[in-house]
Design a protein around this ligand. Structure first.
Ligand code: FPP
Length: 240
């Protein structure tokens, strides 16, 4: 399935080592457009097409869960025109992708506080989650998401439940990502080597993969390369 990079059979069939959850920080849209003398918004519209292609490829490749960082709690600081473009690409994607998720047996989750969106968009997001909840694979789209905000949101939910002392499991089970296994691999495109407030709690033992490829140039072969690299890593989880 993964192109010419063959996954060693022993690893692929070992359930404990199998890549179940891959997450993407889709960085570099603006630089990609600038290099071509185009506005940053053009980079986002190409990035949105790549996003759709990569989700479909991961779904077809049998990966259980995919998470993408589409819009962070900090991205609101960008110029209004850019914010509006990203959000309108997101809304277009919502009306466009439903069939593709259904075909691939994908349930969708939106990570982050939906209340900032206009009610018709927030309601659409909830409906898409409800309509797909019993499907086998998972797509998490992080919009208005921040890793710190996710932890605070979980702790506040626990306080509301009346807890006065909490465990790690309590937090894990109250995060926006509670329905997914922890990410095995986090990929960041665009040459920056940081997490930028993405999946802070969940990434404790994730493998990290940074590439200088800008998101609009990322393709199926790039996914193969990440996955192949993942299977070369030795995961010890603090043991020996
Ligand atoms: C980072 O590139 C990208 C974003 C902040 C937005 C990602 C959005 C999309 C891929 C398209 C819309 C989303 C969906 C879900 C359809 P950057 O702008 O920070 O690039 P730069 O580092 O080169 O400036």
């Amino acid at each position: 399935m993964f192109g010419k990079n063959k996954i060693p059979k022993a690893v692929e069939t070992n359930k404990e080592k199998r890549l179940q959850h891959i997450a993407f920080i889709m960085d570099g849209n603006g630089r990609w457009a600038k290099k071509r003398g185009m506005p940053r918004t053009y980079g986002h519209s190409v990035g949105a097409k790549v996003f759709k292609k990569i989700i479909e490829y991961c779904g077809d490749s049998g990966i259980k869960a995919v998470t993408v960082y589409a819009f962070s709690t900090e991205n609101w600081k960008r110029p209004k025109e850019e914010v509006d473009t990203i959000l309108s690409l997101f809304v277009d994607y919502l009306s466009d992708a439903e069939e593709s998720w259904k075909e691939r047996n994908i349930q969708v989750h939106f990570l982050g506080d939906k209340s900032v969106f206009p009610p018709e968009i927030a309601e659409r997001m909830v409906k898409l989650e409800q309509d797909s909840f019993d499907r086998e694979k998972i797509l998490n789209i992080a919009v208005n998401y921040g890793g710190r905000d996710d932890i605070v949101h979980a702790v506040n939910a626990l306080i509301k439940e009346g807890k006065t002392e909490i465990t790690e499991d309590d937090i894990t089970s109250h995060l926006y990502t509670k329905d997914s296994p922890a990410p095995d691999l986090i990929v960041r495109t665009g040459a920056e080597t940081r997490l930028s407030n993405f999946l802070l709690w969940d990434s404790a033992y994730s493998e990290l993969y940074f590439t200088s490829t800008l998101w609009p140039d990322f393709d199926e072969k790039s996914v193969d390369e990440c996955v192949f690299e993942f299977y070369k890593r030795k995961r010890r989880y603090g043991g020996v």
